[in-house]
Design a protein around this ligand. Structure first.
Ligand code: NDP
Length: 362
């Protein structure tokens, strides 16, 4: 049986006298720091000298450099981006680690795929919220809590489990439930959702949209019907609260019959075969290796550029204007592809062309 921990399983006494250092005051960092402080914990912040640090000061926290915060803390929450975790840990944290330290990760990625090594004399824990930072804070304030995946990678002190559950309680995740997994399982589940379900769902949505638009339906009505009304968001919420199939009872009989009788037409599509390949690629560490390489970073920039130039973005712009909705501009995304990026990708130019064609279609 998978272990799931709740409020009664955590005891805050295990955190008495401990200072918690939050490394990185970003999305998760800010939310988790505020939750821990509201649960009467002593919290300090370690961040580079920039706007995030200013935010922490405005929120009333004592802030330090990452190395200083490491020295002053007993428990360190590593809430910096996964891409720079290895580098920051090596240069700014590892040299100051002592036996007293416990390292808490919010993602199993770097440990699961051997991108960093932690010293054997420190406890290494995972508390990975299944929730964006803003939600971690909101669900704490509303007392609902949020799910987390939790794990212990190294139990040097022999008391890591008690600390882990106490921290979960202070963060507010035990109100909903903390589910025990391994670091690798957490990382794979996260990547699989992003790489298998996410893009498949995107393709289903885009194909639905263009089937209707090509048949002459007004774009405003199509986009509202497919996602802008937020009806799908409600349905998703009901799936989680009532059940994937059971929630269909909230829809009309016509809707239920239509959906259930037509679902069978998709039965033979090779979703599972493609998804199994994606899963194997993640589990074997091939994806982590690919993402870690220099050429992939350049490839990512150019793919993102193509994606931002797709037809749906132009269509949305027109629809949003007509519906009097705010337009969000992500400046760096609209910059033209720099020639030097393309030069870097000369060796994989056919692959890049395939991405350009793929995004051009939509
Ligand atoms: P953010 O991108 O919001 O924050 C990143 C933090 O890293 C900022 O404080 C940033 O500070 C700091 N940072 C970036 N570059 C450097 C650098 N070179 N040196 C030092 N500090 C740096 O990250 P998230 O909060 O999204 O993610 C943090 C962790 O939480 C990750 O492990 C992620 O996988 C995990 N997680 C995230 C979730 C989410 O919804 N976002 C959900 C669950 C887990 P500055 O800009 O000042 O350098």
């Amino acid at each position: 049986m998978t272990k799931v921990f709740h409020e009664k399983d955590g005891n805050l006494d295990f955190l008495k006298g401990k200072t918690i250092g939050i490394i990185g005051y970003g999305n998760q960092g800010r939310a988790q720091a505020l939750n821990l402080r509201d649960s009467d914990q002593v919290v300090i912040i370690g961040n580079r000298d920039d706007i995030y640090k200013e935010r922490a000061i405005l929120d009333g926290f004592e802030t330090y450099t990452i190395s200083e915060a490491t020295k002053k803390s007993d428990i360190l929450f590593l809430l910096i981006s996964d891409e720079i975790m290895t580098d920051v840990l090596k240069k700014e944290i590892k040299p100051y680690l002592e036996k007293k330290h416990k390292l808490v990760f919010a993602s199993g990625y770097t440990i699961a795929f051997d991108l960093l090594k932690t010293p054997s004399f420190v406890d290494v824990l995972l508390i990975a919220p299944r929730m964006i930072g803003v939600g971690v804070r909101e669900k704490y304030l509303t007392n609902e809590g949020f799910y987390s995946f939790i794990s212990i990678h190294n139990d040097a002190s022999g008391k890591t489990q008690e600390t882990l559950l106490a921290l979960c309680k202070a963060l507010g995740t035990l109100k909903k439930g903390a589910i025990e997994v391994t670091f690798k399982q957490e990382a794979v589940l996260d990547l699989f959702n992003e790489q298998a379900f996410g893009p498949a769902f995107g393709q289903v949505l885009l194909n639905s949209i263009y089937t209707l638009i090509d048949a002459g339906y007004p774009p405003e009505a199509v986009l509202v019907e497919m996602y802008m009304s937020e009806e799908m968001a409600y349905t998703y919420e009901k799936m989680s609260k009532i059940g994937l199939v059971k929630q269909t009872n909230l829809h009309s009989n016509t809707s239920q019959y239509g959906a259930m009788s037509r679902g069978i037409k998709y039965q033979k599509l090779p979703f599972k075969r493609i998804m199994k390949k994606i899963l194997e690629n993640i589990e074997s560490g091939s994806f982590a290796k690919e993402w870690d390489s220099k050429i992939t970073k350049a490839k990512y920039k150019i793919i993102k550029f193509f994606a931002m130039k797709t037809k749906i973005n132009r269509l949305e712009k027109m629809v949003r204007e007509n519906l009097k909705l705010k337009e969000f501009d992500f400046e760096e995304l609209s910059k033209p592809a720099a020639k030097d990026i393309l030069q870097e990708l000369e060796s994989i130019k056919e692959e890049i062309k395939a991405f350009e064609d793929f995004f051009y279609e939509y």
